[in-house]
Design a protein around this ligand. Structure first.
Ligand code: SAM
Length: 281
């Protein structure tokens, strides 16, 4: 069956008009209209025949079509109740497509996906960070995440210690994955156009090489440390409710000076601090 290409401005306009739809700002709907960008995302995800892929927010099926054409088995989770009827038509005839109507933050992915799956998505920007952190913190059997995000989020995800934008997000992502920016995508590649430039980010998920016995506590310490960026580590942690003596002792054992700021700590140093603080707690 020959399918008309969805990643095209006239096709997208035609689909929206046929189904009497308007892109919803509230749901972060910015549809891709460029086949080259879709193909570049599929290439970045290194899709081979039979790969299990979770797509978040398929919209009208633009990226989904690229993934299916490359041979992926796609399970897509879409929140918008109006879109299943659209997808039933735009992706009619593709066999390896399954749609779940629901909220990606509420769906039980362990039940939905088999082991070793990839995540590919043009994410809704209003909850990008929340989605990425949920995927990584839940320790799901994901091998790779390839996502379109705002460029500013991509910069935070890949920031190194010492940089002004290095923060809890950088640590939480880099602790679980090797992260790199694949390429930027300008606003005119979407309908409607977003206000910002976007970037496609590749996260190769791996076991952390660092010894962390309680990851939830580790993330709590990282968030607390970055809670008040201009304060020293000691004062930020006190401000977040940790006990002064216990922090001082933990910093001493971890060989981290109390007057450093969170943005100067490497992930290994955060891990040492959390380990010693949990012993002290
Ligand atoms: N994949 C399509 C594309 O590339 O053209 C659409 C991408 S659009 C930026 C984001 C999609 O995510 C929309 O279809 C939106 O309805 C959907 N969405 C928004 N919030 C969601 C949520 N919490 N769970 C699942 N899908 C969501």
């Amino acid at each position: 069956m020959l399918h008309p290409r969805i990643a095209d401005i006239s096709a997208t306009r035609h689909i929206l008009k046929t189904f009497n739809l308007r892109a919803s700002k509230r749901l972060g709907q910015n549809f891709l209209i460029d086949a080259g960008v879709v193909q570049a995302i599929v290439n970045a995800a290194e899709i081979s025949e039979g790969d299990e892929v979770l797509e978040i927010g398929p919209g009208i099926g633009t990226l989904t079509q690229g993934l299916l054409e490359a041979g992926a088995k796609v399970t897509a989770v879409e929140l918008d109740k109006k879109l299943p009827a659209v997808l039933a038509e735009t992706l009619a005839g593709y066999e390896n497509f399954k749609l779940v109507q629901g909220d990606i933050l509420k769906v039980d992915l362990t039940e939905l996906m088999p082991p070793n799956f990839k995540v590919v998505a043009n994410l809704p920007y209003y909850i990008t960070t929340q989605i990425l952190l949920t995927l990584l913190e839940k320790k799901l059997p994901i091998t790779k995440i390839v996502t379109m995000v705002q460029r500013e989020v991509a910069e935070r995800m890949t920031a190194a210690p010492g940089s002004k934008i290095y923060g809890a997000m950088s640590v939480a992502v880099q602790f679980r994955a090797d992260v790199k920016v694949a390429f930027d995508v300008p606003p005119e590649k979407f309908l409607p156009r977003p206000e910002v430039t976007s970037s496609v980010v590749i996260c190769d998920v791996r076991e952390s090489p660092l010894k962390i016995s309680d990851e939830e506590f580790f993330i709590k310490v990282v968030r607390a440390a970055f809670g008040q960026r201009r304060k020293t580590l000691l004062n930020s942690l006190i401000g977040a409710g940790f006990n002064r003596e216990k922090i001082s002792a933990a910093l001493g054992v971890a060989e981290i000076s109390a007057d450093r700021r969170a943005e100067t700590l490497s992930i290994a140093e955060f891990a040492r601090l959390a380990e010693n603080l949990s012993v002290e707690a």
